[in-house]
Design a protein around this ligand. Structure first.
Ligand code: MOS
Length: 745
C-alpha cells in the first residue's frame, strides 16, 4: 500500500493559523534590547544637487542618535559594483547617500536614527535641505522619440530581446483583407503589498550581522550586503521570516536594507528601518509603456502580418527591460513579423518587476488587437483564436514542451456560458445595464533555474528539508512540504520544511513563477539522494531483507521501507537509524536544469479568461460581474494554493483594467497619489464571482515535477478580457488602462 501522494492535494497553508492569529512575525517585528529606529528622508526635487543638509536641530533632540547623509556616510566597499544583486539590470545601480546628486523625486537622501520611531520621524521632518535644481524629463509619452535599443545584460537569457523581422510585413499587411492598427498606453503602477518594506539588523560584533528583511531572496540580500559593505558572506545572515506579499517588489534589495545595515554597522547597535506607505512609491514600479500594433488577416481569418512595437520607460542609470513584443508571434504563427522594443531613459527610479512583468503589458495590446480583428471579420473571438492557434512556436522554430491552451478556450467557454453571447455590440442588457462578454489569452514563460536543498532523515525517522528560499505568501512552505513528503512516502506531519534563511542551501530569488519548479526540483533531487542513502544503510543492516532486493521492488512508505513483492517485509526508518549508529542521514543536492534539452522547447503556461461586465448606461460605471479563468500550467502541486494564486491574479487584473494607476505631475516630475486613498485598487465590493479551472496538462520536459508555476498566469489575460467585454457592451474601445467610467459616457 502506497500512501496517497501529497502532491495534488488541496492542503490549506501550513502557516495559515500563525498568520491569522498574529503570531507570525514579520521583518519589522523582531525586537531586541536597545533597538534603534531609522526613518528615511526623501528628496523633494527630481533632479539636481543637494547644496546643504542642515541636521543640527535634529541632532540636538534628546534620543536622536545620528543623522546619516552623503556627507558623513561610511565609505563603502563597492559603491559602483554593477551586479551586486541577482536582479540588477545592466547599468550603474543607484546607491543611497552615494553623493549629493539627485536622480529622481523621492530619492532617499538621509537616515535619522533615534530611540523611537516617532522621534526619528519627527527629527526627519525638521531637516533643512537646500537643492540646486536642474531640468528633467519624466513623461514617456512626450519623449517617445528618444527611444533606443536596450543594453544587453546578465539576465538577457531570461528576458530575451525581440527576434529579427521575418518575411515582408509591409507588403503582407497592405494586402490583408482586414487590418487593425492601434496604440495602447499603460501608466505607471506601484507595488502595494500589505507589508511595508522593513529591515531589522542585529549587530553581532566583529563585522557580523543578522538581518530580518522583507525580501524575495535571502541569499540575494546576503550577496548584496556582503558586496556593498565589504563583509565576509559568512558574517551576513539574512532571514526572511514571513513576507506579507511582494509580487516582484522584493526581487531587488530595497533601500531600507542598505540604510538599516549601514546604521547598524556604524553605530554597532540593532537598527530597524521601516518604510511608510508614501515611501513605497520611491523604489521602483511597473514602467509606463506605449505600444503600437498592426495586425493583418486574410479572408479566412488567418493572421499573416504582425507588427508590434513597444516603447517603455527606464531610469537614466539602468536599462530595465521586459519581454513584451515577443509574445505576439509566439501566440500567433504569422510568417511576416516586425517586433520592436525600445527604452526611453527618464529622470525616474529604475522600473521593477511587477507580477507578470511584460506579459500583462503585452497581452492587453495583443489580445485587444485580436478582438478588434475578429470583430472586423465577424468571427467569434474564441473561434478566431482557434483559427490562429500556434501548434508550434514559429518565432523560435521549436515545439512547445506542452500546450493545452485549446482546452483552456473550450473548457473556459463552456463554464462561462460563452455560447450565450450575442455577437452584436450593445445587444445584451439587464435592466438599465449593458452587458458585455469578453475573452482573452494569457501566457507566461515557465522557467526552472538551479537551486540546492538539504534533506535529512532525523533520529525520529522524520524528514527535515531546508532551502534558503522565501515564502512570499504564495504557499511555498506548504507546497515544498508536500513535494518532500512524497519523496519518502511520509504524511505531512512527519515532514518539516525550513526556509527563509540565507544560511540554508542556496535558492535564487523567488519570482518569475519559477519557485515551485526550481526549489521543488532541488527537493526532489535531495529526496532521491536521501532514498539511496537510506536504502544503502538498510541493506547494511544485519539480516537485511533488502540485501538482494531489486531497486524497483523497494517502496518508501508508512515511515519505512518495504518490498512491493511482499509488503509484509517492512523496516521502519527509526530502525534503520538505530542500526546505523543512531545518527541522522543527510544529503545536500543541487538541481541543475538540462539547458541543452530545454532550449529545444518553448515552455510556457497558458490561460484563457472569460469576463462579464455590467455597465450602467447613463453613468458608465463598470462592474466585472463574473469571470472564469482556465489555466494550463502543467502539474498542479496544490490545487488550493494554486487557485488562490490565480484568484489573486484575477483580482489584480480587474485592478489593472479599471483602477490602478500612479498619476504623475510631469511639471514636478513627481507621483501625485502616493497613498492607498488615491492610488485606487479594488475592494471587496468590486469583486464578484471568480472561477478557476485547471485543465489537465502533462509535461515531461519542463522539469521533473511537470509543474509550470502559477504566480503570474492568473493576471495576464484579465485586463484585455475586460477591455474586450467593455467594447462588446458599449461599442467603445478604450485602449489605455485603467478604463474609467467617464470615458464611457
Ligand atoms: Mo514576480 S514579478 O517574479 O514576484
Amino acid at each position: 500500500m502506497i500512501d496517497q501522494p501529497q502532491i495534488g492535494q488541496p492542503i490549506s497553508r501550513l502557516e495559515g493559523r500563525a498568520k491569522v492569529t498574529g503570531t507570525a512575525k514579520y521583518a519589522g517585528e523582531y525586537n531586541v534590547d536597545g533597538l534603534l529606529y531609522g526613518y528615511v528622508v526623501n528628496s523633494t526635487i527630481t533632479k539636481g544637487k543637494i547644496t546643504q543638509i542642515d541636521t543640527s536641530a535634529a541632532k540636538e533632540i534628546e534620543g536622536v542618535i545620528e543623522v546619516f547623509t552623503h556627507e558623513n556616510r561610511p565609505s563603502l566597499a563597492w559603491f559602483d559594483m554593477q551586479y551586486s544583486d541577482m536582479d540588477a539590470p545592466p547599468g550603474s545601480p543607484f546607491r543611497p547617500l552615494q553623493n549629493a546628486e539627485i536622480k529622481y523625486n523621492g530619492q532617499p537622501i538621509a537616515l535619522v536614527v533615534a530611540e523611537t520611531f516617532e522621534l526619528a520621524r519627527y527629527a526627519a521632518s525638521i531637516l533643512k535641505v537646500s537643492y540646486e535644481e536642474e531640468s528633467f524629463a519624466t513623461d514617456l509619452y512626450q519623449n517617445q522619440d528618444k527611444g533606443r535599443d536596450p543594453k544587453v545584460g546578465m539576465a538577457t537569457f531570461l528576458k530575451p530581446l525581440p527576434p529579427k523581422p521575418k518575411g515582408d510585413f509591409e507588403k503582407e499587411y497592405a494586402a490583408s483583407v482586414a487590418q487593425v492598427s492601434a496604440e495602447y498606453v499603460h501608466g505607471t503602477e506601484h507595488h502595494n503589498p500589505m507589508e511595508l518594506f522593513a529591515t531589522t539588523t542585529i549587530y553581532e560584533g566583529d563585522g557580523k550581522v543578522t538581518i530580518y528583511d522583507k525580501t524575495q531572496g535571502t541569499v540575494n540580500c546576503q550577496l548584496y550586503v556582503g558586496n556593498i559593505f565589504g563583509l565576509h558572506f559568512k558574517n551576513v545572515r539574512v532571514i526572511s521570516p514571513y513576507v506579507g506579499g511582494a509580487f516582484g517588489s522584493g526581487l531587488r534589495p530595497q533601500y531600507q536594507l542598505f540604510m538599516s545595515v549601514m546604521a547598524a554597522l556604524e553605530l554597532k547597535r540593532a537598527v530597524r528601518v521601516t518604510l511608510d506607505r508614501h515611501q513605497m512609491y520611491t523604489f521602483g514600479h511597473r514602467p509606463p509603456t506605449v505600444q503600437q500594433l498592426n495586425f493583418g488577416a486574410d479572408e479566412n481569418g488567418v493572421v499573416n502580418a504582425i507588427k508590434h512595437t513597444a516603447i517603455a520607460e527606464t531610469s537614466q542609470h539602468e536599462d530595465y527591460t521586459e519581454v513584451v513584443v515577443n509574445w505576439s508571434n509566439i501566440l500567433y504563427p504569422a510568417k511576416n513579423t516586425k517586433l520592436e522594443y525600445q527604452l526611453v531613459p527618464l529622470d525616474v527610479y529604475s522600473p521593477l518587476d511587477m507580477r507578470a512583468p511584460g506579459g500583462s503589458t503585452a497581452s492587453h495590446a495583443i489580445e485587444s488587437t485580436m478582438d478588434a480583428l475578429a470583430f472586423k471579420l465577424s468571427i467569434d473571438p474564441v473561434q478566431f483564436r482557434l483559427i490562429n492557434y500556434a501548434d508550434m512556436d514559429v518565432a523560435e522554430n521549436r515545439p512547445f514542451s506542452s500546450k493545452e491552451l485549446k482546452q483552456c478556450y473550450i473548457q473556459g467557454a463552456e463554464r462561462f456560458g460563452w455560447s450565450k453571447r450575442n455577437p452584436e455590440l450593445r445587444s445584451m442588457r439587464r435592466g438599465n445595464k449593458l452587458i458585455g462578454y469578453g475573452m482573452a489569452t494569457g501566457f507566461w514563460e515557465s522557467m526552472t533555474i538551479p537551486a540546492r536543498a538539504e534533506a535529512v532523515l532525523t533520529k525520529e525517522g522524520k524528514l527535515r528539508v531546508s532551502s534558503a528560499v522565501t515564502d512570499i505568501g504564495t504557499g511555498t512552505l506548504t507546497v515544498m512540504t508536500q513535494i518532500a513528503a512524497d519523496e519518502l512516502g511520509l504524511p505531512l506531519e512527519d515532514v518539516q520544511f525550513n526556509y527563509g534563511d540565507s544560511k540554508m542551501p542556496f535558492a535564487p530569488i523567488q519570482g518569475g513563477s519559477f519557485t515551485v519548479s526550481t526549489v521543488g526540483s532541488a527537493i526532489k533531487s535531495a529526496g532521491k539522494a536521501l532514498r539511496k542513502k537510506i536504502l544503502k544503510k538498510a541493506r547494511e543492516m544485519d539480516n537485511s531483507p533488502f540485501k538482494n532486493a531489486d531497486d524497483n521492488d523497494i517502496s518508501f512508505e508508512r515511515g519505512g521501507i518495504s518490498l512491493n513483492s511482499n509488503p509484509a517485509v517492512m523496516v521502519f526508518f527509526k530502525e534503520i537509524i538505530a542500526a546505523s549508529g543512531n545518527k541522522e542521514i543527510k544529503t545536500t543536492n543541487m538541481s541543475v536544469p538540462n539547458v541543452f534539452k530545454l532550449k529545444k522547447y518553448t515552455r510556457a503556461a497558458h490561460s484563457a479568461a472569460f469576463v462579464e461586465v455590467e455597465i450602467d448606461e447613463e453613468l458608465g460605471t463598470i462592474q466585472v460581474t463574473r469571470a472564469v479563468t482556465a489555466v494550463a500550467a502543467g502539474n498542479i502541486i496544490n490545487p488550493k494554493t494554486a487557485r488562490s494564486q490565480i484568484l489573486g491574479g484575477m483580482v489584480w487584473g480587474i485592478s489593472k483594467a479599471l483602477y490602478e494607476e500612479t498619476i504623475s505631475d510631469h511639471r514636478f516630475g513627481k507621483y501625485m497619489n502616493q497613498n492607498l486613498a488615491e492610488y485606487h485598487i479594488p475592494v471587496h465590493a468590486d469583486i464578484h464571482e471568480l472561477d478557476v479551472i485547471f485543465v489537465e496538462e502533462k509535461d515531461e520536459i519542463v522539469n521533473e515535477l511537470g509543474s509550470k508555476g502559477v504566480g503570474e498566469i492568473g493576471l495576464v489575460a484579465m485586463a484585455p478580457a475586460i477591455a474586450n467585454a467593455i467594447f462588446h457592451a458599449t461599442g467603445k474601445r478604450i485602449n489605455h488602462l485603467p478604463i474609467h467610467f467617464d470615458e464611457l459616457i
